[in-house]
Design a protein around this ligand. Sequence first.
Ligand code: ATP
Length: 629
Amino acid sequence: MSCFSYENFRSFHGEIFENLRIPALIYVLPPWRTTTFKYPPAGVTLWNRGTVKFSTLASCFERLEATSSRNEMTTLIARLLAGTSPDDIAIVCYFTLGMIAPGYSGIVPGIGERTAAAAIAIAAGVDLKVVDSVARELGDYGDAAASLAGGAPGALTVRDVHRGFLAIARASGPGSADRKVQTLAEMLAAATPPERRYLVRLATGEMRLGAGDMTLLDALAEAFLGSKAARPPLEHAYNISSDIGLVARTLQESGLPGVRAIPVTLHRPIRPMLTQRVSRISDIPERIGSSTIAVEEKYDGERIQAHKDGDDVTLFSRRLTDVTHQYPDIARHIRQHVTADTAILDGEAVAFDHETGTYQPFQTLMRRRRKYQVSEVARDIPATYRVFDLLYADGESYLRRNYPERRARLEEVLIPDERISPTGRTLTGDLDGIVEFYLTCIERGLEGIVCKSCAEDSFYRAGAREWQWIKWKSDYGTDLVDTLDLVVVGASAGRGKRAGTYGSLLCAAYSPGEDIFQTVCGLGTGFTDVDLADLPQRFAGLRVDRQPARVMVTPQAVPDFWFAPVRVVEVLGSEITESPVHTCNWDPERRRGLALRFPRFVRWRDERSAEAATTTTEVAEMFRRRREG
Ligand code: ATP
């Protein structure tokens, strides 16, 4: 619970007083009295339904951009949310994350730079060339929109803006490109300069405020439950709904009991449970800590969460985007082979050669990632769905059932054939059993194994990476440590041969507890000339003026350019060492963190969110294991 004097309270809610229909007097406490309360104080409704001005949001966004402290960022968002009505709070959450709807819905404005430039030109009444040259000078179309004169600023509300973006997102068919330009231009013409900046950034998907899902959840906890420490139930609700807007609105309307009651819902994805890794296969039994271990085949394909609602099937990717159109064959197999009327399954889509009976590599499956001629390619590259979990069946959530129960139910509801079946597996109690099964998997061309706990409490932990699931892959046996997925947070200027591009990229691991990114290496090798030439374009929309609030660096590692922590890169390294330069697992007393030595670029992981990068704990674990030999 936070302590606030009347003065603090006034400054806290000052900017929303203008939006309140309820007389502000009711908030006035005797000035001599200091009081302690949660927001809103018991019995007081702080909001006026549906009138948050977009300008209030824009000025908060300006302050968010100016802060270099993650805590301050959380508090600024908490203040904003505390003064927002239940009708608007979901929209405010989406906008703060740079979206207009929950990520899984696929609803995005889809406005490219050219469309944005055209809309800015119309709103400002200038030639397109002027817009382009101002944007070049300022480095960003949002800033260009802010600096060019607009029409007559009106009183845009967040709801107006949301309606406008939904109309843009839904526009399709002949003339839709013009309608999109026109709608954006109308909003820009009614906006103040800061509003225009954020309208353009929302439109082009380049918000770059640096707030992540966990920052928002902390802010919600701070605003409505008194402290960030109250985040876990909110996080749980988010993990099973993947919709922060829903969690926020429910919290404001129905409090924690309402949030706790948010159900698993068909066609709304559950955030996937993730696997841990060890550096020695012999560590698995002890780490997993259950007397019986299920050792499952590990496939190199695409993770797919399938929702079946009668004949209606929706498929979600690992990043929870709707990929149903990409896998019409898998949707069909699910309709035909899953006997439960409603079900949510978790599994892997793998390219499979039915003639030779062999699994094909991930790259083969990725040839199916396309918008057109999907059915033809599906015929050429058939996919098989290997199901490893059941999360829901016939109206009932299985998240709080242990793995053996979930697996038993999965086997009941799935009629297997070679196009869809539960994962192959064995049950064992010791290392020999694990190694034996692993070797048979490798012989059959599989990638490795995933060991799963069969303990009483082996529940499905949505969104978590814990020791209940441990992977072991064939490429772990080399001298090199496993690859790391790191977030690029900055870069040095390219010199000599690299003039015009970047020299090296500053890469960071993610610390989920603190919701920050801590640096672990500078990455300058492994790039082809084409990769290097592509870097400026790849990071064009992500350059920010100052150190992002959630990024922690030492003075020695400060880069020439900062990037919003968004892009993930896969890196191979040879060793983890202690370092005074990098902040990964920073020890403030010894003033040392952990660094990855001799990092090499492997590939971009565009399908991965920054928060799904390798964690600082994983890096610490690699370091510990290596040191112990
Ligand atoms: P992660 O998903 O753990 O962040 P990643 O995308 O790099 O990492 P891997 O390290 O190859 O993937 O391993 C984890 C992934 O393996 C899972 O997300 C899932 O897609 C896939 N997988 C394949 N077979 C299984 C299985 N039997 N059980 C669980 N996951 C499996």
